[in-house]
Design a protein. Sequence first.
Length: 186
Amino acid sequence: MNKMNEQVFRVDQFGARVGTRLEGKAAREGLLEALLSLPEPGRLVVSLDGVEVLSGSFADELIALPYARLTTGEFGDRYMILRAPTLALAEDLSHKLDRRRLAMLCFTKTSWSVLGLLPPPMQETLDLVIERKEATAGDLAEALQIRHNTCLHRVGRLAELRLIRRQEVGLGGPYPTYRFFSIIKS
């Protein structure tokens, strides 16, 4: 079961046109508090609803820097997703994530995209995990027609990027076995 606690963090509380690095740095404390207060496993939805302009500097300070810390495992079993009225509004954030070699899920109305850097083979694997909602590496390797070790590398990196959730389910020989879950709300 992949039940996750969810909380929404609204960026428009800082204004409809957020632009400076200093504003983003000041706002970051609130985002970090929201992230830390979220029970594990948790998904923080960073909402750009009501925001008209999001500069790259503000987005880097408010979203990309905490997201980079999130990918190190500092915040435990927690995840962040961006919700934006349009993908164009998140374009500067995508560039900031790309420079940090990160990727983040973004929702616009009914579709989702990846912001930042994600090579096509990783995107293919992510698409399949999201489509299936949960799977093992063996299931994914078979469906993608790739070697098991290759699949383990892909899902391991997707889990590190916090694009999917990895949960240990036992031992398969001397190594732990995992199930992988979509972090997108069903």
